[in-house]
Design a protein around this ligand. Structure first.
Ligand code: G3P
Length: 222
């Protein structure tokens, strides 16, 4: 399963890259705003900086909602770098835009997916990725992971090549469940990915190894 991080924060992206766990980055307008990035030039420049660090897939979301504007904006985003994946919302105009980009060889990530039907339509239109939002479904007492499983099953049934990118991943068990189900990609904040590192037996085991080493060194010195 590929690990993407869901952020526009350059320090987090660099840290994930240095850890050797980074397969890509997803952003959205809320995440860009959180970093204080606004204005076309600044936004474009920020995406370029992200691409230079990652050297792999970077989802950049359009903020237009009308077909013609989505096309113009998506083409400009795609020109920033070969690794840009144009992120398009699941709307009727969005689906048409996905078809357009797919025919032009520009990769897309269809975002705000909350049902298997939406995922299937996006895939048929030629989306490279579909992004079911796990945590936001959990927030309304609906099992987000069940949706990921449903989409993976449908895509497997028909050999659909669109990758299932589980988004709105909020805790380490979401990541493990995504891997068990066979999601192609999961995207989460770096803080959530880092939670995978910890286990109390690792901490106590390491403390004991170091204490034993210290004891042995003192014995040699005596
Ligand atoms: O990738 C989508 C993600 O940014 C949404 O996450 O936690 O705001 O639901 P969240």
């Amino acid at each position: 399963m590929k690990f993407f991080i869901d952020t526009a924060n350059l320090d987090d992206i660099r840290e994930a890259q240095e850890m050797g766990i980074l397969d890509g980055v997803t952003t959205n307008p809320s995440l860009m705003a959180k970093e204080g990035i606004s204005g076309k030039d600044r936004v474009m420049q920020h995406y370029k900086q992200i691409c230079d660090i990652v050297g792999n897939d970077v989802s950049a979301e359009v903020i237009s909602v009308k077909y013609d504007e989505m096309i113009r904006e998506g083409e400009e985003l795609a020109e920033i770098d070969d690794n840009i994946v144009v992120k398009i919302p699941m709307t009727a105009d969005g689906v048409k835009a996905i078809k357009y980009f797919s025919e032009k060889g520009i990769r897309t990530n269809c975002t705000l997916i909350f049902s298997a039907g939406q995922a299937l339509v996006a895939a048929k239109a030629g989306a490279s990725f579909v992004s079911p939002f796990v945590g936001r479904l959990d927030d309304i007492s609906t099992d987000g992971m069940e949706l990921v499983e449903q989409i993976v099953t449908i895509f497997t049934n028909y050999g659909i090549e669109t990758e299932v990118l589980a988004a709105s991943v909020r805790h380490p068990m979401h990541i493990i469940q995504c891997a068990e189900i066979g999601a192609d990609v999961m995207t989460a904040p770096l803080s959530v990915i880092k939670m995978l590192l910890h286990h109390p037996l690792t901490d106590s085991g390491l403390a004991k190894f170091l204490a034993d080493h210290e004891k042995a060194s003192l014995a040699v010195k005596k």
